[in-house]
Design a protein around this ligand. Sequence first.
Ligand code: DQA
Length: 147
Amino acid sequence: MRIRVIHGPNLNLLGMREPDQYGSETLEALNARIEELARSLGVEVEIFQSNSEGEIVDLIQQCIGRADALVINPGAYTHYSIAIRDAVAAIRLPVVEVHLSNVYAREEFRHHSVIAPVARGQIAGFGGDSYLLGVRAAIRLVEEGRA
Ligand code: DQA
């Protein structure tokens, strides 16, 4: 089983970016934790980060025939990118939307996700652990689909 993980815009700055919101863990350290979890569960992960909307659309489309599920933190694009929403809907794979922060406890513009209606579910507010929970959820969804 292969799970793709996509980090959206500004997540390359994790560790130094608004640490009160996003914690002090760097993206590199978070990716190491995701890889470690995948190894322990016997699945493959491919992890990408991009600041660019079009590149994220390409990365989502590449899941077709290459990945069994997608875990994505679309960053600020969550709240308005119809292109990313349409790509998520197009791939017809289980998609789990994740956020480090509890977006519902923050500014009102973060309360709406255009991705959530086309994702299988959303995990928000657990810091880097949101991704680990997201990977576990994605594995479960793939297994259920195969059963
Ligand atoms: C975020 C929440 C978004 O509102 C914000 O724009 C981000 C990060 C999160 O992981 O909490 O870039 O997706």
